[in-house]
Design a protein around this ligand. Structure first.
Ligand code: OGA
Ligand code: MN
Length: 218
């Protein structure tokens, strides 16, 4: 699904972390300044414990066979994603379909048109996703992703002001949703294990599988 991504060749290493104090969400969202966290924070959701261990296992049972037939790709220096294999799926078993319909019902408005295939991205422990904005031609205003097997950190960096950023802690079995400005005006990336520090706290990045639902451009 390379066509989904537009890589932006920028990298910004934040030095200071300021968390949103009053929201009760500082445990999963921090940013370069409180106003930004307040303003863009409404277009970012992280729902911890969105799926149970049993549901995670059901997704893995369904996904592992097709993923295991592929090799992780490391070699393309210009790729947005490093150390990954991926698949996409239209038809799911009943247990997984139930999970996905829950994702759709919290992330997308009734009646919105979704990208048919669900995107499944398997990052090796050494894999990571560089800063990019998903294709505006092929994807709509909302991106919703389940994280399996590992905690990880998603970093958002404002395209026209790279000193403005948000870090999202994506715990294993959580759902994240990026909407509108968070999706269009910021790059997103998944940090590599060595750089995986959230709000001063080291977060181990293991192999991680994401299951991503998108809508179509309006
Ligand atoms: C992507 C992407 C994030 C994730 O594939 O465009 O940003 O959670 N993935 O894997
Ligand atoms: Mn993306």
């Amino acid at each position: 699904m390379k066509w989904l991504l537009t890589v932006l060749k920028q990298s910004y290493k934040p030095a200071v972390y300021i968390s949103r104090v009053s929201s009760g969400r500082a445990d999963v969202v921090v940013g370069s300044n409180p106003e930004l966290v307040r303003a863009v924070g409404s277009q970012v959701e992280v729902r911890t414990g969105f799926i149970s261990e049993e549901e995670e296992a059901a997704l893995l049972r369904e996904l592992e066979p097709s993923l295991k037939r592929k090799r992780y790709e490391f070699d393309h220096w210009d790729d947005a994603i490093h150390g990954y294999r991926e698949t996409e799926r239209v038809q799911w078993g009943a247990a997984c379909e139930e999970i996905l319909s829950r994702v759709r019902s919290v992330a997308f408005a009734d009646g919105s048109s979704l990208l048919g295939p669900v995107h499944v991205l398997d990052l090796d422990k050494a894999g990571y996703i560089k800063p990019h904005v998903d294709s505006v031609k092929f994807c709509g205003s909302t991106i919703a992703g389940l994280s399996l097997l590992s905690d990880s950190i998603m970093r958002l960096v404002r395209v026209d002001a790279p000193s403005e950023w948000l870090d999202l802690l994506l715990p294993r079995r959580s759902l994240y949703i990026l909407r509108d400005k968070a999706r269009y005006d910021f790059t997103h990336e998944i940090l590599k294990d060595e750089e995986s520090v959230f709000n001063g706290q080291r977060v181990n990045r293991e192999r991680r599988i994401s299951v991503i639902c998108r809508n179509l451009p309006g």
